[in-house]
Design a protein around this ligand. Structure first.
Ligand code: ATP
Ligand code: MG
Ligand code: MG
Length: 377
């Protein structure tokens, strides 16, 4: 293929476009406005709503292969794309991954371990769910949530009525897992079934939003192998072509649960840009274009990524002074070109490399902290 279509204009599409263009491809972006992060970096943009079939068709006609960067796209739009060019992941993968109950049922039926869950719809059904697993329970909207949006931790029957049931059609209740750690595995799969995993990344969330990723994860070889097996089996089960990120809760070496999957590049894979032989974005290009999958070897002793949320921006909307962060050794700044900073919005990230993961975390955090100390001075 010569031209790759990208549905979605966010930061994942932007970093994908960088990788694809470096490898000699043209990238056409389909998104709402030509000012979105991915649209800024490519000359070719088709603007339209996700359900504007005329615009989708104008986009798809220009593409030799089509991929996407977020899962909340109408499956019908992706099916339409597939009539013009091979589209990865397919509409059926998308339909599964955009509904937490269908996703967990599908993976569980394939014998994969998922967080214990049950569909709920109101206070009574939630209280009944507590007979299956104990409080606290995490209640999530079954569709369209990201960065922890639409999630509620319910500590007992007395607070079950606080869930805003009328705001969504479909809800899932999950056992609240008291995990040792969270890890994620990004696996690439080609149309011919060849797969390759990146090793597990270790993730720390704050307010249900990814805050820090560290590689390598502090886990032993057998857990690493088990996590990679689960990720490959999940990709196989869903029939993913491209990338699949599998987010996992590790309770103890013998208990590991899938939290959720995402059929696209993932925030926890950003540090592969600097720290791995192949970045997740290059791997995505390779997978959807049927090229040899690249080495997933880590090329530095340790790497850490910290997200830069809109919270760090000044009250007048201006960005912090980046020089304070760039003064820390081996720190790389990534900004997504978003014009408006909002609390909790992912605006960019910092990746630090070092001889050890501990030192990399120290560097990345020191770089981010340097920004706030300058801002408040
Ligand atoms: P994203 O797609 O950005 O990862 P999301 O809105 O889909 O976010 P989840 O991945 O379901 O959200 O949850 C975000 C985080 O909240 C998890 O990574 C974990 O830290 C915490 N969390 C979610 N569900 C549970 C659970 N059942 N038990 C314990 N912690 C949970
Ligand atoms: Mg999610
Ligand atoms: Mg998640």
């Amino acid at each position: 293929p010569a031209t790759i279509g990208m549905v979605g204009g966010g930061q994942l599409g932007r970093m994908f476009a960088h990788a694809a263009m470096t490898m000699g491809y043209d990238v056409v972006v389909f998104c709402h406005s030509d000012d979105e992060p991915a649209a800024q970096v490519t000359r070719r943009v088709v603007c339209g709503a996700l359900d504007d079939h005329d615009a989708v068709q104008r986009f798809a006609q220009q593409c030799d292969v089509i991929t996407l960067e977020f899962e909340n796209i109408p499956a019908e739009t992706i099916r339409l794309c597939g009539q013009f060019a091979p589209t990865y992941p397919s509409h059926s993968v998308l339909a599964t991954a955009q509904h937490r109950i269908i996703e967990k049922s599908t993976l569980s039926e394939a014998g994969l371990p998922v967080t214990p869950f049950v569909a709920v719809h109101d206070t009574e059904s939630l209280i009944a769910a507590a007979n299956r697993f104990a409080w606290p329970i995490i209640v999530k909207t079954a569709q369209s949530g990201y960065d922890g949006k639409g999630q509620h931790r319910v500590d007992g029957p007395q607070s079950a009525a606080e869930v805003p049931w009328s705001t969504a059609d479909s809800w899932i209740a999950e056992q609240c897992i008291s995990f040792d750690r969270e890890i994620s595995v990004v696996v690439a799969r080609r149309a011919d079934g060849v797969t390759k995993c990146f090793p597990p990344m270790e993730n720390v969330h704050s307010n249900h939003i990814l805050d820090v990723t560290v590689a390598p994860a502090a886990i032993d070889g057998s857990l690493r192998e088990r996590a990679e097996q689960i990720a490959s089996a999940a990709a196989e089960t869903l029939g993913v072509v491209g990338l699949l990120c599998v987010e996992l809760f590790v309770m103890d070496p013998d208990r590991i649960f899938i939290n959720e999957v995402a059929p696209r590049p993932h925030n926890s894979g950003h540090l592969t840009i600097e720290a791995f032989a192949t970045s997740q974005f290059q791997q995505h290009v390779r997978a959807v274009c049927g090229l040899p999958l690249g080495s997933t070897e880590q090329i530095v002793g340790g790497a850490a990524m910290v997200n830069l949320l809109g919270d760090l921006w000044n009250e007048d909307g201006s960005a912090p002074d980046w020089s304070a962060a760039l003064d820390v050794a081996a720190v790389h700044l990534h900004l997504y070109g978003k014009r408006v900073a909002k609390v909790g919005r992912k605006m960019g990230h910092l990746t630090a490399t070092a001889a050890t993961p501990q030192l990399a975390v120290e560097r990345a955090k020191a770089a981010r902290e340097a920004l706030t100390s300058v801002g408040s001075a």
